[in-house]
Ligand binder design. Structure first.
Ligand code: NAP
Length: 256
């Protein structure tokens, strides 16, 4: 039988076991779909199951903001997949506040738990197996807004900045074991969460207004634009790539 280039590309992750957090919609759902198309076995998570969880993926309901949630996800991954070769820490999100000084303590903690510590906890539970097998790929989904920071999302960008810094350090620690760790930083992407957050931002009475300029490439991102970058980073095509942050933003942000 003749194997076309497309056949071999679509099955390039056959035999791989992948965990994607926050795969019930938006960027996470696109990553899950692309992983399934590439032949991987996929487990995904969210706080509640919906019909938008891509068909073909196993699902576990858990809150990534707690140690107990991370442990439940890791246990489900061991049970349903037998281990994880690809870990995509995607669940995250932001709530805008008019001013930095108006952000309550519990909101800072919540953003650190959701956008930073959730990844730290899951990585600590699942990368030991990768280390033992001397192979694996981890992706942290950050944001293109980190270098410029972005009031009214100071707590969010600060947490994602910590995530990027940690991602680089973890990559250096795991490189000798053949485990690669990278970050992907999306710009403005059309997702349910992104649209809801921008709606809340638009309704703030004062403070920094939204940047409504169109990215140089002429449109906002689509979930698959971000998933394409994630798929590349977890594939063998990126086998000499670790410790990096790939900004995918249509050229919008000056640094990335
Ligand atoms: N969209 C953008 O413009 C944009 C830009 C830059 C960076 N990002 C980053 O991209 C990632 C995905 O964003 P998105 O726009 O696709 O968001 P989204 O549409 O809101 O989807 C978020 C996913 O994460 C899950 N989730 C949220 N909080 C969770 C929690 N505490 N525990 C477990 N699961 C949770 C959601 O399900 P449940 O709500 O049911 O739990 C959902 O499946 C995030 O890390 C975000 O910061 C997005």
């Amino acid at each position: 039988m003749v194997t076309t280039r497309k056949d071999s590309e679509t099955r390039e992750l056959a035999g791989k076991r992948a965990l994607v957090t926050g795969g019930s919609r938006g960027i996470g759902a696109a990553v899950v779909r692309q992983l399934l198309d590439a032949g991987a076995e996929v487990l995904t998570t969210a706080r509640s199951a919906t019909r938008t969880v891509p068909k073909g993926a196993a699902f576990v309901e858990a809150d990534v903001r707690t140690r107990a949630g991370a442990e439940a996800i890791a246990a489900a991954a061991r049970e349903t997949l037998g281990g994880v070769d690809i870990l995509v820490n995607n669940a995250g999100g932001a709530r805008p506040f008019q001013h930095a000084w108006a952000i309550p303590d519990e909101e800072w903690q919540d953003q650190l738990d959701l956008n930073y510590l959730a990844s730290v906890r899951l990585d600590s539970l699942l990368t030991p197996g990768m280390r033992e097998r001397r192979s694996g790929a981890v992706v942290h989904v950050s944001t293109a807004a980190v270098p410029t920071s972005a009031p009214p999302f100071l707590h969010y960008t600060a947490a994602k900045a910590a995530l990027q810094n940690y991602s680089r350090g973890l990559a250096l620690e795991l490189a000798p074991f053949g485990v690669r760790v990278n970050a992907v930083s999306p710009g403005r992407t059309a997702t349910p969460g992104g649209e809801a957050t921008r709606g809340q931002w638009a309704s703030l009475d004062e403070g920094p207004g939204q940047d409504t300029t169109t990215p140089p490439l002429g449109r906002d991102g689509r979930p698959d634009d971000i998933a394409d970058a994630v798929l590349f980073l977890v594939s063998d095509r990126a086998s000499w790539l670790t410790g990096r942050n790939l900004t995918v933003d249509g050229g919008e942000f000056p640094v990335g």
